[in-house]
Design a protein. Structure first.
Length: 272
């Protein structure tokens, strides 16, 4: 996609963040904002939306930058700040009038944490489902082995410099698609690769969390092959008692059962 004069000047030269497409926008009341994972769209929150819709809540699910209906500029690095600033702009445009419960899945958790760090006034509570933390973990052999395995897999995919071709997916691509259920298209392939490298692999989320005092629920999937589980105090220190960890029977996907638990934590956050 050729850069328009507006895009070149407003976004690249002036550094103004992009606005995001809304995949879901229903209801009225206290706001809940949903951020999907890498290679997905806001439609992955459909089960959560269906459970929240009967309640007096405003539910917004954005397509993250580079995915779904959102802009996909080829010049962007798609690092966590690029994603977070787009989310902040998009929340601001809604003029919600109160802080949101911000819910993330997978990479969406990393983005949600950075949003809370940059603009704590916008966030009432964080609900983080299957957050892929690979940096700043305690020095345990099992953590180190699993982290090295995941990063090796991701870096192999990044270094391959493959063009997207559904008919010729290499082993690494097929494996990651099977594990995570990526929905990558030719158009979103570049944002996918750059988000993987610059938001997930080159992450600083553990450090970000240590700077926050916003209440948060961290939800792990017992059968999740891509996330390292642990107690918040072991990961972030004993002073972070505002973080509550939960483990449910789930893989790295938003199943109906996982959706019910996420909604339970969202409702508890709204009532606190």
């Amino acid at each position: 996609m050729t850069l328009t004069i507006f895009d070149q000047f407003w976004h690249r030269t002036l550094g103004r963040p992009y606005g995001l497409a809304k995949a879901l926008d229903v209801g009225a009341g206290p706001p809940v904002v949903l951020l999907h994972g890498i290679g997905r769209t806001g439609q992955t929150w459909q089960h959560v939306m269906e459970l929240l819709a009967p309640l007096p809540r405003r539910i917004l699910a954005f397509d993250l930058l580079g995915f779904g209906g959102s802009p996909k500029p080829k010049w962007l690095q798609y690092n966590v700040d690029d994603h977070a600033r787009a989310v902040i702009r998009s929340i601001g445009k809604e003029k919600l009038g109160q802080p949101v419960v911000l819910v993330g899945h997978s990479m969406g958790c990393l983005v949600a944490v950075r949003v809370a760090l940059l603009r704590p006034d916008l966030v009432k509570h964080l609900v983080l489902y299957e957050m892929p933390l690979y940096d700043g973990l305690p020095e345990k052999r099992i953590y180190r082995l699993r982290t090295n395995l995941y990063l090796k897999l991701y870096k192999r995919l990044i270094r391959s410099d493959l063009k997207f071709d559904q008919a010729k997916l290499h082993l690494t691509e097929r494996l990651t698609k099977r594990i995570v259920g990526f929905e990558v298209t030719n158009e979103s392939w570049l944002p996918f690769i750059r988000s993987l490298e610059n938001t997930i692999v080159k992450q600083s989320t553990a450090k970000d969390i240590k700077q926050l005092d916003i209440a948060m629920d961290v939800i792990y999937g017992r059968f999740d092959m891509l996330v390292i589980r642990g107690e918040p105090q072991a990961f972030f220190g004993n002073e972070h008692d505002h973080i509550t960890a939960h483990t449910i029977r789930a893989r790295h996907v938003i199943t109906p059962k996982a959706s019910a638990f996420i909604v339970e934590r969202v409702e508890a956050a709204l009532q606190s």
